[in-house]
Design a binder for this molecule. Structure first.
Ligand code: FMN
Length: 487
């Protein structure tokens, strides 16, 4: 059995939305996104190029046509043109023999950094799938192989492609692969393997029997989901719509600027005297220098007046305004992407003078609290998990849970909604640190929290509103005489 990558089994064709036309200065290739001119070209090369607009051409057919035109010296140049078409997302590459009516797999470029390289599969070399590759069904009902390490995706056109991917879960040589695949498809699987390697979804193993990505110290330290999230929420290696696309405008109503909470906010909070704050606050330089994460608390707990001032300075709504098409917006003390202000502040109170322990929602417009649940085993668990996350001597007097109303952001932003939400968490953390420091309170941001457990307490839908950040707050520990002495 021939194990080499056969030129009759790798083919090219222009994408459906690309048009080619002959001009005096060469061949113009036009897609909805790019326009390039390929020039200068001999008559025969032009003819071969134009053929790609109407029909699938295998590498063998391209090579034969170039040879028949006695233009062997143009072979490399021609494939360079194909690489350019690929980089401009104008070309498909297919795996499957010429005599098949449909290919087994189609490589579709999704970024201008895609590499076009001929892969010669080697018989005794083992290959394996990358741990970053995954298959997903898209809106067109087709399954695609994707990876944050790839600049292309592969459309799975035939079950045998999935079988090849299945067997490549373990390192396997082409000879072993051939044994594992049904007789009638053996002829084609090398081209599938070549396409997988070309797209960076599979790779040859190193002499130690592992993939390069497993030996690479940098890649070892990337979790699959982190790299995928990073690659898909930045521009560069995908062609998904990204940014403020307003894809649901006039289709779905935007989430309201202020949460329509089911709980009455009956606990009105005192509004702090801004003149007093202005005169008593330390300057920004002093606050920045003093800011630190404090995980221990004073014997006297934080007071309701302090908590009220903290929430007023960090989270209140300062103003509400209308923006014609996109609905209502608010002005808050901290900056927020697109002024969406999707974040809700929930408080789990363990110890606060003037406020009974329990689970509360902060109404940022009324500057008031709503009691959702009195203290119980679920609030205790939330506090205990925060205590564990801090490795602290005491559990927080107040745990602030930030919960994002996801659709408030994703109604407007595509591809980056969750990334923006996490950035907003960072902004709010910094604001809370600075306000707490100015108020001489003990702040500490937390990196983990149980979002499912949060929904159990809040009764919110995990997909609509759930926790994305936690922050511990309390009174500052009273300095001991020993510490005073050192100072
Ligand atoms: C996003 C973020 C997550 C954090 N997560 C935790 C945490 O889970 N537990 C903890 O004790 N401290 C946590 N911290 C606090 C950091 O450990 C702390 O800011 C860092 O050690 C620097 O110390 P400093 O804040 O006292 O300057 C977090 C801080 C940030 C900004």
């Amino acid at each position: 059995m021939d194990i080499s990558t056969r030129t009759s089994h790798i083919a090219y064709r222009l994408q459906e939305n690309v048009e080619m036309s002959e001009r005096e200065d060469g061949v113009a290739v036009i897609s909805p996104f790019f326009q390039i001119t390929i020039a200068p070209l001999s008559q025969s090369l032009r003819r071969i190029l134009l053929l790609l607009a109407d029909t699938t051409c295998s590498a063998r057919q391209i090579n034969t046509a170039i040879r028949e035109a006695h233009e062997e010296n143009m072979l490399t140049t021609f494939y360079r043109y194909l690489s350019s078409l690929l980089r401009h997302q104008m070309l498909f590459i297919y795996a499957g023999s010429e005599d098949r009516s449909t290919p087994l797999a189609t490589l579709i470029p999704i970024s201008s950094y895609v590499q076009h390289q001929w892969i010669n599969v080697r018989a005794e070399q083992a290959y394996q799938m990358s741990r970053f590759a995954y298959i997903r069904r898209a809106e067109d009902g087709m399954s695609y192989l994707e990876s944050p390490l790839a600049h292309a995706r592969i459309r799975l056109e035939h079950p045998v492609t999935t079988q090849v991917i299945y067997h490549l879960g373990k390192a396997i040589t082409p000879c072993e692969l051939i044994q594992a695949i049904p007789e009638e498809e053996k002829d084609n699987l090398i081209s599938v393997l070549a396409l997988l390697v070309m797209g960076n979804f599979a790779a040859p193993t190193t002499p130690t029997g592992r993939l390069h990505e497993e030996e690479d110290e940098t890649l070892q330290q990337w979790d699959f989901h982190d790299l995928l999230f990073h690659s898909r929420s930045r521009t560069g290696r995908h062609n998904n719509p990204l940014g403020g696309t307003y894809r649901f405008l006039r289709q779905l109503p935007p989430q309201p600027a202020i949460k329509q909470a089911p709980w009455p906010a009956t606990i009105s909070l005192p509004r702090p005297d801004r003149e007093r704050m202005r005169s008593e606050d330390p300057g920004l330089e002093a606050v920045m220098e003093a800011r630190a994460s404090l995980r221990d608390y004073g014997t006297e707990p934080i007071t309701l007046a302090q908590l009220a001032e903290f929430l007023y300075r960090v989270a209140r709504v300062k103003e509400v305004y209308d923006d014609d098409d996109s609905g209502e917006f608010t002005v808050r003390p901290f900056p927020g992407s697109g002024a969406s202000y999707e974040m809700e502040f929930y408080l789990t109170i363990d110890r606060c003078e003037g406020l009974q322990p329990g689970f509360y929602w902060y109404d940022p417009l009324q500057h008031a609290l709503a009691l959702i649940q009195e203290s119980n085993k679920d609030t205790a668990r939330l506090l205990y998990e925060a205590y564990q996350a801090m490795g602290a001597p005491a559990q927080p007097q107040v745990l602030i849970t930030l919960a994002a109303r996801f659709q408030r952001v994703s109604w407007k932003y595509q591809s980056i909604a969750y990334a923006l939400i996490l950035k907003n968490v960072g902004v709010i953390y910094a604001t809370m640190y600075l306000v707490a420091t100015a108020m001489d309170l003990a702040p500490c941001a937390l990196g983990v929290g149980d979002s499912d457990h949060f929904t159990k307490l809040s009764g919110t839908n995990y997909l609509q509103e759930t926790s994305v950040g936690e922050f511990a707050l309390g009174s500052k520990p009273t300095p001991t005489s020993e510490i005073e002495e050192i100072r």
